[in-house]
Ligand binder design. Structure first.
Ligand SMILES: *[C@@H]1O[C@H](CO)[C@@H](O)[C@H](O)[C@H]1NC(C)=O
Ligand SMILES: *[C@@H]1O[C@H](CO)[C@@H](O)[C@H](O)[C@H]1NC(C)=O
Ligand SMILES: *[C@@H]1O[C@H](CO)[C@@H](O)[C@H](O)[C@H]1NC(C)=O
Ligand SMILES: *[C@@H]1O[C@H](CO)[C@@H](O)[C@H](O)[C@H]1NC(C)=O
Ligand SMILES: *[C@@H]1O[C@H](CO)[C@@H](O)[C@H](O)[C@H]1NC(C)=O
Ligand SMILES: *[C@@H]1O[C@H](CO)[C@@H](O)[C@H](O)[C@H]1NC(C)=O
Ligand SMILES: *[C@@H]1O[C@H](CO)[C@@H](O)[C@H](O)[C@H]1NC(C)=O
Length: 568
């Protein structure tokens, strides 16, 4: 009945016409504020998270799990009772009992508060992934905990959920290992670790094999220095793994335990892996090329010999280069470019806009206790689509140093939470160059500014007709409100939230989904028909943050789950 007031638009074909329309009505893109000190805003959320955010992960209940390790004994969060109920009286003995302190907390985004969790293992420098039902699986750690596995969730808001220890052990010690969720069976792979030149699966692939040797990890190991720990692992769209350690990388077929391809060495000296600690992302996967083109990017790291020099109190200038390489197809070449400055221990966060935020870290030295100097206070924004030389922007600097053991994660409103930093063995607040940092900040990229309200899609809801999730390749409805007509660049992005630690955002991926139709009601509502990714290789089953991005201005994200056809 209202047909005359509706417009049926094909998202793709209509592009040019809309572009014209938008340019005419909102030539106002020039409202962009060019503040001399760089774009973005820093917001202090909490003065005291109690526990250093060495490891951080966003859950689909919009809480954030943070944890450190029991080995730091006294965290900033003293408990009145141990988890077994006995009292902590504040005696000298109690003050040196890790059980009288929290080592993990759950941060609630809506309440802006933390709740302590029971994690009494030395989960020092461990790894993690998020399973399809939202459970976080934590793998490895230090000492007795190096073969342990913990789970948390799925926890709904306020249900008091907590960590659980798996009775089963890992086959090998996994200290400074990396984890990646695989496309099938809710299985993860755990790769590497100090002295462990192997990988294994949780749960195990077969009953008779435990750990599988991977000589690549041995070959890339620089003696005592390592420089190949926390290997970079990305799941490519062919279901194979890109594994990068030190300066080298391979395409690995984990099903056949076979290195299928050796990629060229990344140019330049220095190293990119712990303790040299650069960072990496897989650039957004796009429906425009059928999700076939996969490109990785690695930025920062430490100079050769940085670790030995740091032990002598000399902090060598970090690497300022980034390398990009297409890992799909048959032509592989690193394309190098420079960041605005040297950086290591940086986090790389994919934003809903498809840009990369490079945040945290230092300008000199390497990872480890007291091994770095010169905090890198200015985030960089990287636009992969621009021409070389125009891709980086320096953003507003923070006053808080985020050195070793800091982390950064994207949350649904489009801001990036920044926590941690503790380049000291114990929690130390005084008389050290970089004290233990318990403040939680949010970095709000420029796109969150009020001046973009008229362009921002809002009141986004996802209609999946009461189902658990959207089957691969199927369509779903995204409904949103916008005062104005969407511009040419209307995008639907789906983001897999990572498990982040030591500058590695494990499992992070961003997809640009296909919109097949968009219809408007008279009252500003838009119904977009969006297609789920084609397969679990492209996007392993689980919860993704869906954002409607209009001309570079993202909506608040909503959760959507992608599932296998047989799980409905
Ligand atoms: C943090 O502490 C400072 C100094 O005590 C105080 O001014 C500020 O309001 C606090 N901020 C938060 C978010 O609690
Ligand atoms: C409670 O835990 C502490 C160690 O943290 C242990 O010393 C004590 O024996 C335990 N008490 C009970 C009743 O289990
Ligand atoms: C979540 O998934 C894991 C792996 O399949 C399973 O072990 C666990 O029981 C599930 N948790 C819930 C609460 O369903
Ligand atoms: C937030 O606070 C409310 C009220 O105190 C509480 O019921 C709820 O469980 C809290 N949510 C989380 C995630 O902590
Ligand atoms: C501060 O650190 C220095 C060198 O590490 C040490 O000599 C000094 O005793 C420390 N001072 C205090 C008050 O702890
Ligand atoms: C849009 O969402 C806001 C809260 O986020 C709500 O107050 C408002 O009523 C919603 N608008 C419509 C038209 O539903
Ligand atoms: C948009 O979707 C909503 C919810 O499914 C539906 O009620 C409404 O009729 C749709 N509008 C149009 C114009 O199709």
């Amino acid at each position: 009945m209202e047909k005359h007031s509706q417009r049926l638009i094909n998202c793709i074909i209509i592009g040019a016409a809309l572009l014209l329309h938008c340019r005419i009505s909102y030539g106002a893109k020039a409202v962009v504020s060019h503040s001399p000190e760089g774009k973005g805003t820093w917001n202090l959320l909490l003065n005291d998270t109690g526990v250093v955010g060495v490891h951080m992960a966003l859950t689909r209940w919009n809480t954030v799990i943070l944890f450190d390790r029991s080995g730091s004994v006294r965290s900033g969060y003293q408990l009145r009772h141990r988890f077994n109920g006995t009292r902590c009286k504040g005696t000298r003995d109690d003050m040196s009992d890790p059980a009288c302190f929290a080592h993990s907390v759950e941060y609630s985004i809506s309440n802006n508060s933390v709740r302590y969790l029971n994690l009494m293992s030395d989960t020092f420098s461990s790894s993690g992934s998020i399973l399809s039902n939202g459970t976080i699986v934590q793998s490895g750690g230090f000492g007795d905990a190096s073969t342990r596995i913990h789970y948390i969730g799925p926890c709904t808001s306020g249900d008091g959920c907590d960590w659980n220890l798996d009775k089963k052990h890992l086959a090998e010690k996994r200290w400074y290992a990396s984890s990646q969720l695989l496309p099938t069976d809710d299985r993860i792979i755990v790769v590497g670790g100090r002295g462990s030149f192997s990988y294994e699966f949780v749960p195990k692939m077969s009953t008779n094999r435990n750990a599988f040797h991977l000589s690549f990890l041995q070959k890339t190991n620089d003696g005592n220095e390592g420089n190949n720990l926390y290997p970079i692992v990305h799941l490519s769209v062919d279901g194979k793994l890109f594994i990068f350690a030190n300066r080298d990388s391979v395409l690995f077929n984990y099903k056949q335990n076979k290195v299928e391809k050796k990629f060229p060495r990344i140019p330049g000296l220095g190293s990119r892996s712990y303790p040299s600690t650069g960072s990496s992302v897989m650039l957004p996967l796009d429906q425009k090329d059928g999700f076939r083109v996969v490109e990785v990017m690695i930025c920062g790291g430490a100079a050769s010999g940085a670790n030995a020099a740091a032990r002598q109190g000399k902090f060598l200038t970090a690497l300022n280069s980034c390398g990009r390489m297409v890992i799909s197809g048959n032509k592989h070449r690193w394309k190098m470019e420079n960041m605005p400055g040297p950086r290591l221990m940086n986090d790389m966060v994919l934003l809903p806009t498809g840009h990369v935020l490079i945040i945290n870290g230092a300008k000199r030295g390497c990872s480890g206790w007291g091994n770095a100097a010169g905090p890198a206070l200015e985030p960089y924004l990287y636009n992969p689509k621009k021409i070389v030389g125009r891709r980086f922007t320096v953003l507003k600097s923070t006053k808080i140093a985020r050195m070793y053991q800091s982390s950064a994660i994207l949350v649904p409103d489009g801001s990036v939470l920044v926590a941690g930093s503790n380049p000291n063995d114990q929690y130390t607040y005084k008389n050290v160059s970089h004290p233990t940092e318990l403040r939680l900040q949010a970095f709000m990229p420029d796109y969150m500014g009020k001046e973009y309200s008229h362009q921002r899609p809002h009141n986004v809801s996802i209609d999946i007709k009461g189902k658990e999730g959207v089957v691969y390749g199927h369509e779903f409805l995204v409904r949103f409100l916008m005062e104005s007509q969407p511009g040419e660049y209307l995008a639907f992005s789906a983001y897999a939230p990572p498990f982040t630690t030591h500058s590695q955002s494990m499992n992070q991926r961003l997809l640009r989904l296909r919109c097949t139709r968009i219809i408007s009601d008279a009252n500003g509502w838009w119904n977009a028909t969006v297609e789920a990714p084609p397969s679990a290789n492209v996007a392993p089953s689980g919860f993704y943050l869906l954002s409607v991005v209009n001309e570079g201005i993202p909506s608040i994200s909503e959760w959507v789950k992608f599932i296998h056809a047989d799980s409905t």
